[in-house]
Design a protein around this ligand. Sequence first.
Ligand code: BEZ
Ligand code: FE
Length: 655
Amino acid sequence: MRTFTPPSGPGRVVFGRGTLTRTRAEVERLGRRRVLILAGRSTAEAAAALEESLGPLVVARFDGAVMHTPTEVTEKALAVALEHAADCVVAVGGGSTTGLAKALASRVDVDQVILPTTYAGSEVTAVLGETTAGIKRTRSGPEVLPEVVIYDVDLTLGLPLPLTVASAANALAHAVEALYSPQATPATDAMALQAIGDLATAITTIGADPHDPGVREKLLEAAWLAGTCLGAVGMGLHHQLCHILGGAFALDHAATHAVILPHAMAYNASAVPEVMARIARAIGVTDAPSGVHDLLRAAGAPASLRELGLAQADLAGVAATAAGASYPNPRRLDAPDLAALLDDAWHGRRPAGTAAELSLLTTQVLASFDATPSPRARRLLRDLVCHLHRFAIGNDLTEAEWRYGIDFLTRAGQVTDDNRQEFILLSDTLGLSSVVDVLGGARTPDSTPSAVLGPFYCDDPPHASHGTDLAKGMAGTPVWADLRVVGPGDRPIPGARVDVWQSDDQGLYDLQHPDLPEPQLRARFFTGSDGRLAFWTILPSEYPIPDDGPVGQMLAAVGRHPFRAPHIHFLIDAPGHHRLVTQLFVAGGEHLDSDTVFGVKEPLVAPFEQGEGPAPGGRQITGEWRRLTYTFRLARGPHPPENLASLDQPTAPST
Ligand code: BEZ
Ligand code: FE
């Protein structure tokens, strides 16, 4: 059992795109009115934007932040702060600028608002690392912790790729060391593992499009998580080595993290094998240290201390300093072993591990897509391979299991023909179709939710007029469907084309009766001038999806039933509006909460109320009948394609 007291983080965190413009409001919220802007050389442009946005609150600007927070630079900035009686520092930049803000806050009474432009993470910690006469020392205290952190993804879009990868390695290091820290808590464990997985994915994909805001967002989010870990727990050998190397030899901070991390992990691996296994699982490799090495190298991170400019003769001194310092580390610190670690890092050797070949293989396959002309296709293929390899590696997949999977897909192909699509059934029962459906629905939030098309749609069903009985007298509880199609602002849409189809009371669609002379329980309507359509049908019942193939075997093998909740399908097209493909589910029907294709959405569950009084259209009914009343809302959008075949063309979702 472990005992823990999680520390608190910064007062406020603001995360998003374009959030730089919220800085003024945050400074005002703190009650501060004399701002000193801090920036580094590379963030002068963002500092200028801040200056403009903060307007009269700015009293001075200091653009001289440099790496490792040397005290002589802090003294210069302090003089500026005192001269202008600053009561708040607003720092935009990486760890160096944040470090300078913290150094000032530890000397005078200023609040700190930090806008990070890298993934260093120090903005959410109460730790200050300062360098005096070549020695970097850390100290912490509540005055060091920034009051507000504003993460603006836009500030990171232009971060050069090499710096991006190295800085992401820095974040990765925080998360890795948090997992074996003595102060780890369930919260830091969860944050660290999430950060490690997200960072690994982003480091692998960022090279394809370094400006991709989606990947940048993930990186910044993971950096925040990793930084929060850094602030919450003590760090071990890796951070200690980076501090020594940075302080004494002014090596590039982020690049040093990228070089040292795999070797520090390899050093500690034997002491914390279970932590290494969790890290390996999170990044989809079998061996964490060599996996991290390969991940960073494939993304172009520097491999050796030699290329960072360290002389080999300096290694022994670093090993001795690291062995003599007192900090928590899972494995005992032993100078000769540390010297060996540093020798490996200096040469850029790959940590020996069982997964070397696997990591290399994944890297090679990913590189094989580099020349793909379509960026979207390249991204999808790379990501698919990453996930497939991680699936196999993470589960230690056996040859027999792989063969079973291939055989399963082969059988799915063999039962697929013009009337039977086993692959779509597989996608449906794995929830993938509904995932894609939900993603599509999110692009048209103003419309009635969509639902999967299913395999029983037919182009060009028979036209029917209002009041028609689709059941043509067949068995089942009669239902009077009284429906409306409207657009934005509840404006009725006249002339909308509405295709309706459903199963019979045995749970079968007409397509499943090959000998039927004409379509059954299927029709096409056009809405009237009031946007309405009305027809008679029968109450749909639950039914099993076709389960005599491999998908049915899969459902049986895992103890799942094959039933869909009772529903009626609709496909609605109207010029100037997005197509709506959806279903209405019978409230109170079977399997609403266990629909085998995960297709039920709450707004689509409609009451099929008991009919009262005379049946519409003068119909004589002796038993019970039901009434379905529903309004479909279409979102404005491009004219829908003429037929579903044109949906076969893959299109990138608009972002
Ligand atoms: C359907 O609702 O028609 C359906 C949807 C997915 C799989 C099988 C059937
Ligand atoms: Fe259906």
